[in-house]
Design a protein around this ligand. Structure first.
Ligand code: OSB
Ligand code: MG
Length: 374
């Protein structure tokens, strides 16, 4: 039983080691939203809201999410007893459209609280079975193919099991060709367009087929399921959907339409762990592999992603790079690391998310704070 009686919202500022460019914009100074959730029994859990600074990935931003949590979502949870964290999403979702990242932040925090109350690792409360999760790296759009090859080679040397390159028109075929050429035919390589193309680019995208990519992620608009289905019929390369998959029904639509063959699950994008688990299970029943995406999370959001990625159908490497890939210093101890085989270890020896928030550091980095109570 969880009864959250206080939620502390914090905005902290963390600077990425280097700016990261995707087709729709650049990420550099992260405004990270953290939630500290207090149960009536004294248990404290944590979560992170992954909404960005700008609405270039999804319609949400940190400011819209903050507003949604304070005005509409936190009041649904504060002072209410939930038998299980799996019940929280429907309470948040009833008659509130959208705002998935805001819903997810509260819902996922309730899962961390419940795991601590039951003294089990978050991974195991979610149904996770893995001890280590295979890790890939996502590399931003570079100035030229040589710069991309340099970064991709360095990542392979560090042990990453999958290299994802961001692409856009003008930075695609030649960039992918250079990496494939330099790093050989066996490397797990993929490209992520973040909706930079339209169906009119189909013949151009077909040129990517010759590089044997394990997938191309979100080539078309988030609303374009039908056009993704048309594109998938023209391509040999499997399409993976990210932005388009916002619910279990959207994943079912993808499968029925043939709009993609792989799903990137980001719990923030779909409204939290309960929906992520349902998408995972649906995909598993249909033979569709899933993997865990990333949103430049701090060590808190990363803990939640690692726990989710430990479920059995997360059969492809996730975008769950270690802390040092992003930050000079993370806000959790221990920081997230990756072994030489490109695996991140699932914390299994502590209840909840398995890392400790560095409270002093978080206080130092906090620029805005609001305490919400029942
Ligand atoms: O499309 O997967 C994406 C980061 C921000 C917004 C969208 C995406 C990404 C990434 C980064 O690819 C993955 C990571 O956190 O390492
Ligand atoms: Mg993506």
């Amino acid at each position: 039983m969880t009864t959250i009686v206080r939620i502390v919202l914090r905005e902290i500022h963390l600077t990425l080691k280097e700016p990261f460019r995707i087709s729709s914009g650049t990420f550099a100074e992260r405004r990270v939203c953290l939630l500290e959730l207090h149960d009536a029994d004294g248990t404290v859990g944590w979560s992170e809201c992954v909404a960005g600074e700008q609405p270039n990935y999804s319609p949400e931003t940190i400011d819209t999410a903050w507003h949604a949590m304070r005005e509409w979502l936190a009041p649904r949870v504060l002072g209410t007893a939930f038998a299980a964290p799996g019940d929280v999403f429907s309470a948040l979702d009833r008659n509130v459209r959208g705002h998935h990242m805001a819903k997810a932040a509260i819902e996922m925090g309730c899962w961390d609280v419940a795991a601590r109350q039951q003294a089990v690792p978050l991974s195991r409360l979610l149904g996770g079975t893995r001890d280590r999760v295979p890790t890939g790296i996502s590399i931003g759009i570079q100035r030229d193919p040589a710069a991309l090859v340099e970064r991709a080679s360095a990542a392979v040397a560090q042990g990453y099991q999958k290299i994802k390159m961001k692409i856009e028109p003008g930075s695609d075929v030649a960039f992918v060709a250079a990496v494939r050429e330099a790093l050989g035919p066996r490397l797990h390589l993929m490209a992520d367009a973040n909706s930079a193309y339209t169906l009119a680019d189909a013949q151009h995208l077909k040129e990517l087929d010759r590089f044997n990519l394990i997938m191309i992620e979100q080539p078309l608009d988030r609303e374009d399921l039908l056009r993704h289905a048309r594109l998938q019929r023209l391509l040999v390369t499997p399409i993976c959907l990210d932005e388009s998959i916002t619910s279990v029904d959207r994943a079912a639509d993808m499968i029925e339409l043939g709009a993609g063959r792989i799903v990137n699950i980001k719990p923030g994008r779909v409204g939290g762990f309960a929906v992520s688990k349902a998408i995972h299970d649906l995909c598993q029943r249909n033979g569709v592999p899933v993997w865990c995406g990333g949103m430049f999370e701090s060590g808190v959001g990363r803990a939640h992603n690692v726990a989710l990625a430990s479920l059995p159908n997360f059969s492809l490497p996730g975008d769950v790079s270690p802390s040092a890939r992003y930050w000079e210093r993370d806000i959790v101890t221990p920081e997230w690391t990756m072994d030489e085989e490109g695996m991140v270890h699932v914390p299994l020896h502590a209840p909840g998310m398995g890392v400790t928030v560095d409270q002093d550091r978080v206080d130092d980095l906090t620029v805005r704070r609001e305490d919400l109570t029942a």
